[in-house]
Design a binder for this molecule. Structure first.
Ligand code: ADP
Length: 867
């Protein structure tokens, strides 16, 4: 389809040459006011962008207007494409031959800075991984570096213990990057395969990961000559991955990198590890079924007033701390704001008016910033002294205020020079972009003011000139006008042509009139038009130098934005604690979790027409190691299990907790195995997924871990299920260290398991009790010690609206089965073959069926058989 090179126009030759270097991206090729796409790019993009596909010579093409490009870019990025933006890089008027063009940015999911492509409440991470085989210890070690260029945050970590791969998967899952970078040699590897579910995977040459090369890149970016002061000199794996990360950025960004913060190295042990499914199952940041923020823990906890605070809140939730002392420090800051209610409200009101400093700084550097955002930055800076004043008043507070609060006060850096400069420089209500001027305030630059005056006074001047020429010529109908082709002109009707003075130069003839110019008018026109052009250029220069001045303070601005975010988060913690009547949990290094009247933080806010029933918890890894839960569906088992995990997570973020009293022994990891999460795309059955998750829990749980297991063994036959569940429970009980094992909350349908309480050490039976009343059941959601007495499946079926006759029939069969306790699934008479109703029997899928479904099928079958 592609024509030979020789037959291509010079423009298409230029296109082909540029496209060569961006084969895996959609190239947006700037032609006048449009971005055009050609060839395969056009074929791929036009259906996504819903634009018409046309042809240029024989090449398919489509285009979009440049001024509305961002919504089109967004569509492509969301579909997983990269977009290379190719601009005209010289003024068409200066071009000798074809205008020079070049790619100015490669937009990928992990390198976005555009406001409308980003979620303001979520970080957008680009991440590089460097897997490295340690020959000595024969283990695979991993260096991870990631950053959010829209906020400048930059983190490093290394995973080097014996469970590297599974641990790094957990960490990557928590970071949730939009894009991952791997060494090219791993193209097609199993690691690539594993990572694609996390985000777009891209590759960069292996040598960029090479330590010396990486170190140089990092030092260059940090503008430093040693890594010592960053505490990462010996973190060779992390340094390797950060070198590659920065190189990739350099290649995609082209223009200057947004200012980055100093890299922050952390060890994964500093934070609670939340397993792959825990974040989903516990609905920490989004609801399981809607995939939205509503009805998640984050929705309840995030009462922040700024986007910076909101993003930090999300991070705190996904990274609960494991150091008791650090948690207590946070608690003190929260308590401070609980006690200082007026201060809290005053500061939150001020915070509501702050701009998103982090993203504004990045946007300044990428050239996308709008003048209005600079005003927002200034307005934010103006608030800082006010906030500081409130925080330090009365003076007595500061001496006794917690360390974190003092730290916040110190780091609320004031930048009065920037405030003054922006106030003087930028107009109060500037236009959206700088291209048409009107951004710089008058009085800031004399030259600019002069030029603006000329342009502004044009009307007055022309009116005067018109009058003067009328008087001079005696032609009262003489008028001055303007067209973009001829410029300014004097128009004289045909009837008056005889009075035209000699110095008039004829320019254009119309039906009833002629148009003229004079030397004076021409000179004036020149002055007005160049004045406008010049003033816009001066405005742009002033704006650029203002941006430079602001960027020179980016380190301080970064500190400031982090501090605002922290302040916002602690105030939010305090606010929800007050509003929802939370308690200050005691944080200990013991292994016990003890909760009095605990509540589910999300459900308690969402129940309509009834109140939440609080419940107690005691679980300690020893005598009360495994809490075995039985009880009918809908009783509240899952709610209870989740509630214990959520309270623990909240406590370790430093927040207060929904309970009357809580004592939390630090938890290092929370694993969950809940519900049926079919991995159909991965071609795995429910049972396979369930067992895989269980296996990962068995391998990774420690003495400090909290395990939430809901219906393990459910996906297979009853006897298999019971056997697996029992073996798993025995494993936890037997594999204790110094008498302490992981804390297990285990909900099950299998009553048989309740018998283990006396047999397997550490198992305690609990159930969510039910009141039976005139053949109805009432859920009272109260957790009590002891096993539940029966399943109430038929009661629940009735509540769900199954027809009366089916319910009655099920009850009869149940009585039959209870009097003849042979196992439902092993009754030989029901499964003898060949049988006339073989078809019916084949519907019985012992792997997936609930007892009620079995009863229904068998009951129908029996009825017909009896006939
Ligand atoms: P199970 O896991 O036992 O099937 P769930 O935990 O899903 O039950 O709870 C079912 C419903 O019962 C919940 O949606 C909620 O409306 C209600 N519920 C559960 N626990 C409580 C509680 N402690 N207080 C009030 N309502 C509750």
């Amino acid at each position: 389809m592609k024509p030979e090179k020789e037959s291509l126009t010079p423009l298409m030759q230029q296109y082909q040459a540029i496209k060569q270097n961006y084969k895996d991206a959609i190239l947006f090729f700037r032609l006048g006011d449009f971005y055009e796409m050609f060839g395969d790019d056009a074929l791929k993009a036009s259906p996504v962008l819903e634009v018409v596909l046309t042809k240029r010579q024989t090449v398919p093409m489509c285009g979009i207007p440049y001024h509305s490009s961002s919504s089109y870019i967004s569509k492509l990025i969301k579909k997983g494409f990269k977009v290379a933006i190719c601009e005209q890089v010289e003024e068409p008027s200066q071009a000798k031959g074809i205008v020079k063009r070049d790619v100015v940015r490669l937009i990928t999911p992990g390198t976005l800075v555009e406001d409308n492509l980003l979620d303001t409440k979520k970080n957008n991470y680009l991440l590089a991984i460097y897997p490295h085989a340690n020959i000595k210890s024969k283990t695979e070690e991993i260096g991870i570096a990631y950053l959010d260029i829209s906020t400048g945050e930059f983190y490093l970590t290394e995973i080097t213990d014996d469970k590297t791969l599974s641990k790094s998967k957990l960490e990557l899952n928590r970071i949730n990057p939009s894009e991952l970078i791997l060494p090219k040699s791993l193209k097609g590897s199993s690691l690539e395969h594993d990572l694609t579910s996390l985000g777009a995977v891209n590759f960069i040459e292996d040598w960029y990961f090479e330590n010396q090369q990486a170190k140089e890149t990092l030092l260059k970016t940090l503008n430093a000559n040693s890594l010592k002061s960053f505490g990462i000199e010996d973190k060779t794996l992390a340094v390797s991955s950060s070198g590659a990360l920065l190189k990739y950025l350099e290649e995609t960004q082209k223009t200057a990198l947004p200012p980055l913060r100093p890299p922050k190295f952390y060890s994964t042990d500093e934070y609670m590890l939340l397993d792959n499914t825990a974040i989903d199952n516990l609905e920490l940041v989004e609801n399981l079924s809607t995939k939205k923020r509503e009805n998640s823990l984050l929705e309840i906890m995030d009462n922040t007033a700024t986007s910076m605070g909101s993003r930090l809140m999300r991070r705190y939730l996904l990274q609960p701390l494991t150091n008791a002392e650090k948690i207590k420090m946070r608690q003190k800051a929260v308590k401070f704001f609980i006690d200082e209610g007026i201060m809290r409200r005053q500061i939150q009101d001020l915070l509501k008016n702050t701009g998103d400093l982090e993203r504004i700084i990045s946007r300044i550097s990428s050239g996308l910033v709008m003048p209005r955002e600079i005003i927002a930055l200034k307005d934010t800076l103006i608030l800082i002294p006010q906030i500081k004043n409130i925080l330090t008043h009365p003076q007595t507070v500061i001496d006794t205020s917690p360390e974190i609060i003092n730290h916040i006060i110190t780091n609320l850096v004031e930048l009065p020079d920037i405030v003054t400069l922006v106030t003087k420089c930028i107009a109060e209500n500037p236009p959206a972009d700088i291209s048409k001027g009107g951004v710089i305030k008058s009085g800031y630059d004399n030259n600019l003011d002069e030029l603006k005056k000329i342009a502004h006074n044009a009307k007055e001047y022309l009116a005067e000139l018109e009058q003067k020429e009328r008087r001079r010529t005696g032609i009262n109908s003489l008028k001055i006008g303007y067209t973009s082709v001829f410029g300014y002109y004097l128009e004289i009707t045909k009837a008056n042509l005889q009075s035209v003075p000699e110095n008039y130069i004829r320019k254009q003839t119309l039906v009833n009139a002629e148009r003229f110019i004079t030397q004076e008018l021409k000179e004036y026109e020149e002055k007005v038009l160049t004045a406008e052009e010049k003033s816009i250029r001066i405005e742009q220069d002033i704006f650029s130098s203002l941006k430079k001045t602001i960027l020179s303070e980016s380190a301080k601005l970064h500190i400031l934005s982090t501090t605002i975010a922290e302040l916002d988060v602690f105030i939010s913690f305090a606010k929800i604690a007050r509003e929802n009547n939370y308690c200050l949990p005691e944080i200990t290094n013991a292994y016990t979790i003890e909760i009095k009247d605990g509540r589910h933080p999300v459900l308690e806010k969402k129940l309509i027409g009834k109140s939440f029933v609080p419940n107690d918890t005691l679980i300690d890894g020893n005598e009360n190691q495994i809490i075995l839960f039985t009880g009918p569906n809908m009783a509240g088992k899952s709610t209870y299990l989740r509630q214990v995990a959520l309270i623990t997570i909240m406590a370790q973020t430093g927040s207060y907790t929904p309970a009357a009293k809580a004592s939390i022994g630090i938890v290092d990891k929370i694993f969950t195995r809940m519900g049926a999460s079919d991995n159909l795309a991965g071609g795995e059955s429910t049972f396979m997924v369930e067992m895989r998750e269980t296996a990962s829990i068995l391998h990774n749980a420690t003495q400090r871990s909290l395990l939430i297991l809901d219906e393990v063994g459910r996906g297979t036959s009853t006897s298999d299920g019971i056997s697996i569940a029992r073996a798993v429970l025995e494993y936890f009980s037997k594999n204790r260290k110094n008498g302490i094992g992981p804390k297990v909350l285990f909900a099950t349908h299998y009553f048989e398991l309740t018998e283990l309480a006396g047999i397997v050490e550490g198992i305690k039976n609990y159930n969510v009790c039910i009141k039976e009343w005139q053949d109805e059941i009432v859920f009272i959601h109260k957790v009590v010690p002891g096993p539940s007495d029966k399943s109430y499946g038929i009661h629940v079926a009735k509540l769900a609206g199954l027809p009366e006759n089916v319910i009655n029939r099920a009850k009869t069969i149940l009585i039959e089965l209870e009097t003849n306790p042979s196992n439902l699934y092993n009754q030989p008479s029901l499964f003898q073959s060949p049988h006339p109703l073989q078809d019916e029997i084949s519907k019985i899928d012992t792997d997936k069926m609930t007892p009620l479904e079995a009863l229904e099928i068998i009951s129908n079958w029996k009825k017909r058989y009896e006939k």
